[in-house]
Ligand binder design. Structure first.
Ligand code: SF4
Ligand code: SF4
Length: 61
């Protein structure tokens, strides 16, 4: 099962949300001013979120 990890130190949160917009499985969601990971077991490891993140702060393990 994939583990989706966001480094909240570097993440721009709701002001960015590019990963939220591109994730086909709706695993990354806006929660207040932060990004929350939900239903990580459904992640297909496409890494589109990693590719669009301007801060390079998402890791798929
Ligand atoms: S790897 Fe793909 S499915 Fe998984 S969180 Fe990122 S965009 Fe979503
Ligand atoms: S794309 Fe990167 S910086 Fe932007 S909200 Fe997602 S994790 Fe944070």
């Amino acid at each position: 099962m994939a583990k989706v990890v966001i480094d909240h130190e570097d993440c721009e949160g709701a002001d960015c949300a590019e990963c939220v917009d591109v994730c086909p499985m709706e695993i990354l969601v806006v929660d207040g001013d932060k990004i929350k990971v939900q239903n990580a077991e459904e992640c297909n490891e496409c890494e589109v979120c990693v590719d669009v993140c301007p801060e390079d702060c998402i890791e798929i393990n």
